[in-house]
Design a binder for this molecule. Structure first.
Ligand code: SF4
Length: 710
């Protein structure tokens, strides 16, 4: 029997785990009491991780490379050499004939930082395309642009320990109780210790988190900016702002006053569908608390105005000086386990490594020198929705997908499925062989997964933790970074024969060391954070050479990463959701997570006990809307949007007000079945934020009708 310290592979809380294994079997998992992010706690998903590695659950694993040369035929088994040579030949020919932007990589916030780094270097360094985007685009890119536009760089300023210091918690667009359960336990404990702690929750649904709040603002979907502007309007009116802090540390105050002038409580109450006095109470508590901490997630991010929502919330902190102190600051929670690590290495089509910019000649030159290449792309590549649109139109011809399931998770699935069917080549690097994306794959590359791989991840509080292997990989499965390196070397011999390889990596630690060097002198400098240092304890960035510990909190000196050192107020306008409800599609659909499932259920779908909480997908509706349509609780309904339709059972949901319906995101074709039921995202809207390029997965207009059974 052996014990191995690692990290939970689900959400961005990044809980430390201790894995027990016997031989090559993982037999148990428990929370790591020494990990500062969870102190031994795990939620239902984390505490059942070992069951996802059981022999039964492993039956669906991809264990050997497979490929087909003819779409009409099933894939056959090949060796790694045969498979990677074939793909390298096809990619090289495509790049030679149609240019670097004719290929794309679509990767994942489930990948480790080392995996992300190699894919980013492969696309932007070797091939010369910025067409490398990630499913994190669907989850947190609005948080990135929100921070960039206000604080200068993509750096969350807070830590989980701020939950213990806060006197007021402002939770917006986050059902923390279900999406980040271990953090919610910490919030509950904080209130037990401090009954004076005020909790405000902004959410259209009366979720478990909202029920915990002292004040719940059930705003209409997408109206967050109107609410935040109105709160600021009141803070200005009541002189509850910190003029000294603003004068010393923030730019754009005069423009801000103009931007929020029209947002009286009465106007905002009408737009947001909440009481004016509740807006006033929220503004007062936020501004007058000794320490206000905001927590926010997909409700702000997955929106066609996601950047504005994030930035308007940061405004509240800058205007009141609620930042850079214990218990105060705007704290974006990441959904995926390594969305942060991907951001750090520039694993997005819009960024370069270590928060460098594709549009800065200095940054590009630095990156090219570090990578030993002539140049890196000078413009953004295709982001998630654009990438599959380009695949659909033929502008992008070949796609390499790693550790993600876009045939279930992308909005407007009918078009995404068509795009995958039209692609000249689809390469899928995956641990599981039965995802919704697998049938589209011409090549399936078996990858290792949690419990089998080595590397690092960064959680929401900038804390980097080692991920360790407890058991060997099944069959011929290989680590994601190693597959990418092997392919990159084969592509080098075809695109740049005779040149020394820029992929000298023989271990994840070697990749990590190059990544560390790329951060030298940057805001997220981790040059001092070696694997040896991480062996001792997880650490927060920045962690420059010579440091003995990371930084708990950023901007404590009021100096921001902008040319002037001052933060900037966001002064943009409120914009409603992209798709308004109308006579044809009168209901507003929102989607979200369940407590006990993760993404497309590739992993949690294998654990029977995780179906105890919610056993099957149900469309939540208010009792009023069900009665109006003559629907009974548990009746089969058809939900239709402008993009498609799915069939599920309807259920009365007391969390919803009339006019709104709710559907969990997790169930795909494998579970729903049916010709037109590829999953929730069959009906969601691909409209995206113009700055963050994050699609509006949180809102679509739909109609719901009973299905006549034969
Ligand atoms: Fe895993 Fe998140 Fe649960 Fe922690 S809170 S155990 S990281 S799913």
């Amino acid at each position: 029997m052996k014990e191995t310290r690692s990290t939970c592979c689900y959400c961005g809380v990044g809980c430390g785990v201790v894995i027990t294994s016997e031989g090559e079997r993982i037999t148990a998992v428990r929370g790591d009491a020494d990990h500062p992010s969870n102190r031994g706690r795990l939620c239902t998903k984390g505490s059942t991780l070992h069951l996802t590695a059981s022999p039964a659950a492993s039956a669906g694993r991809a264990t050997h490379p497979e490929m087909r040369r003819d779409r009409a035929l099933p894939r056959g088994r090949f060796t790694w050499d045969e498979t990677l040579d074939h793909v390298a030949d096809r990619f090289a020919a495509c790049i030679r004939e149609h240019g670097p932007d004719s290929v794309a990589f679509y990767i994942s916030g489930q990948l480790l930082t080392e995996d992300y780094y190699v894919f980013n270097k492969l696309a932007k360094g070797l091939i010369g395309t910025a067409n490398v985007d990630t499913n994190s685009r669907l989850c947190m890119s609005s948080a990135v642009t929100g921070y960039q536009q206000t604080l200068g760089v993509d750096a969350p300023p807070c830590s989980y320990e701020d939950l213990d210091h806060a006197q007021c918690l402002f939770i917006a667009g986050s059902n923390t109780a279900h999406a980040h359960p271990v953090l919610f336990r910490r919030i509950e404990a904080a209130r037990e210790r401090n009954p004076a702690l005020k909790v405000i929750v902004v959410d259209p649904r009366r979720t478990e988190t909202a029920r915990f709040a002292d004040l719940h603002l059930p705003i209409l979907p997408g109206t967050d900016v109107a609410l935040f502007h109105a709160m600021l309007h009141l803070m200005l009116w009541d002189e509850r702002i910190d003029r000294e802090y603003i004068a010393a540390h923030v730019e754009g105050f005069d423009e801000l006053r103009v931007a929020v002038r029209e947002w009286t409580p009465a106007v905002a109450a009408e737009v947001c569908g909440v009481k004016a006095e509740d807006i006033a109470t929220a503004a007062k508590w936020f501004a007058t608390s000794p320490a206000t901490l905001s927590l926010y997630c997909q409700g702000l991010n997955q929106s066609s105005s996601g950047t504005a929502k994030n930035a308007a919330l940061v405004n509240l902190h800058l205007a009141t000086g609620q930042i850079g102190r214990p218990g105060a600051g705007p704290f974006s929670l990441t959904g995926q386990p390594n969305a942060m690590g991907g951001r750090e290495v520039g694993g997005l089509a819009t960024t370069l490594a270590a928060h460098r910019s594709l549009t800065s000649a200095i940054d590009r030159a630095e990156m090219a020198r570090l990578w030993g290449v002539d140049r890196v792309p000078d413009r953004a590549g295709k982001t998630a929705v654009e990438l599959f649109d380009a695949l659909h139109s033929g502008e992008v011809r070949m796609v390499w997908i790693a550790c993600t399931n876009p045939a279930q998770s992308m909005p407007n699935l009918p078009k995404v499925h068509e795009a995958l069917a039209r692609a000249e080549l689809v390469v899928l690097q995956e641990a599981y062989r039965d995802t919704e994306t697998a049938p589209f794959a011409d090549v399936l590359l078996p990858a290792t997964t949690w419990g089998e791989k080595e590397g690092t991840v960064t959680n929401s509080e900038r804390r980097i933790t080692r991920v360790r292997a407890a058991v060997a990989a099944p069959g011929e499965a290989r680590d994601d970074w190693a597959i990418a390196v092997d392919f990159a070397r084969r592509l080098e011999t075809r695109l740049a024969p005779g040149k020394p390889s820029i992929f000298p990596f023989e271990s994840p630690e070697a990749v990590w060391n190059e990544h560390r060097e790329a951060t030298r002198g940057r805001d997220l400098d981790i040059t001092g954070l070696t694997y040896a240092m991480l062996e001792r304890e997880p650490q927060q960035w920045p962690f420059p050479e010579g440091a003995s510990e990371g930084r708990v909190r950023l901007y404590t000196d009021g100096v921001f990463h902008t040319p002037t050192g001052k933060a900037k107020f966001f002064t943009g306008a409120y914009r409603p959701v992209a798709e308004k409800a109308d006579a044809r599609f009168p209901l507003q659909l929102t989607t979200g997570r369940l407590r006990d499932h993760w993404h497309g259920m590739s992993r949690t779908g294998n654990v029977a006990q995780l179906f105890g909480h919610v056993p099957e997908p149900r469309l939540g509706m208010s009792a009023t809307d069900m009665t109006r349509r003559g629907l009974a609780d548990g009746e089969l309904v058809r939900i239709q949007s402008r993009r498609g339709a799915i069939h599920v059972l309807a259920a009365i949901d007391p969390e919803l007000r009339s006019g709104q319906v709710y559907l969990p995101m997790h169930w795909g074709k494998r579970f729903l079945g049916g010709k037109d039921s590829a999953g929730t995202n069959t009906i969601t809207n691909p409209a995206f934020d113009r700055d963050s390029r994050q699609p509006e997965l949180k809102h679509a207009s739909v109609k719901v009708e009973a299905v006549a059974l034969p």
